[in-house]
Ligand binder design. Sequence first.
Ligand SMILES: Nc1ncnc2c1ncn2[C@@H]1O[C@H](COP(=O)(O)OP(=O)(O)OP(=O)(O)O)[C@@H](O)[C@H]1O
Ligand SMILES: [Mg+2]
Length: 327
Amino acid sequence: MLEMRQVYKSYYENSEKNFFKRLFRNDKQKKDVIKGIDIQIPKGKIVGLLGINGAGKTTTIRMLSTLLTPSDGEILMDGININNDEKVTKKRINVISGGERNLYWRLTGRENLEYFGSLYGIDKKGLSNKIDECLRLVKLEDSSDIPVEKYSKGMKQRLQIAKGLINNPDYILLDEPTLGLDIIIAKELRHYILKLAKELNKGILLTTHYLKEIEELCDYIYLLDNGKILKEGSPYEIVKSVSPEKLVKVEFGKKDKKDVENVVNKLEIPVKCVWNNDESFTLKSGKNIIQEFISACSNYNSISIESISIVEPSLEDSLMEIWHDKY
Ligand SMILES: Nc1ncnc2c1ncn2[C@@H]1O[C@H](COP(=O)(O)OP(=O)(O)OP(=O)(O)O)[C@@H](O)[C@H]1O
Ligand SMILES: [Mg+2]
């Protein structure tokens, strides 16, 4: 397991805009970015890290990959502090980030992988086999001898994925890995992330702004808010904790809005209703009110119901509710 225990991170920023003045720590302003977080990434599980821009996700990933050292607290990999022997722990952790940075554009895809692979001290033959395997996986085998500057955005992202797998890491940290990928490649990548966890027993941390990705993949999620964990649990638990009510979606054939609202107000069980558009609305209630709603509507000639069903609130609905309450 890769875990953070009460980890803090502060940055020191120049408080003065005088670039020529030599600044000491006392002259700089302390900015607390991560404020005591506990995160666990077990092997074989996909853990999501969610939060709005600036919440601290990338900082967390940089600490987990030893690129940054925590200001306080400890990060343990299978019980060993990762900052005590970075050479050993680095071999077992890798990062895949979204975007086009951290690649050498003048080098070919294969040369990039040769370079990054050599940093892990893999022997030549083993590395050559691993490179072929990774290139095949991201479908770059036919473009492996072209300089990266001639790659499309999606090809660069696929190379990032190959680079992140080159050392066969036990723990993989994914920072918006599907950024800029077309839907077909993004779907294949999601499929592969599942395989890495479920078949190859890798521990995976995933940050992404695509909530469908989180819902589809994650066993557990942490909601990071301003450097603290605001909520944690399985996607189902998070949704239930925010929206314990049952949602009933009603689509009308014909309706008079006033009469519909009359029906809602006269229901015995209190409900909240939200119009989705002119033809449909959603009722929120602590109980299943389908029967009662249908029979109340039957008293009105002006109302006919086209369809009525219970819908599960999505993670996106729940998060929107959480962020909406906070911001
Ligand atoms: N090198 C740095 N020096 C000072 N402040 C920094 C530095 N890097 C990040 N920060 C600040 O730390 C906070 C968290 O940044 P971070 O990049 O971890 O957020 P994030 O959750 O990854 O956001 P995004 O969704 O935009 O990628 C932000 O307020 C950011 O301005
Ligand atoms: Mg980020």
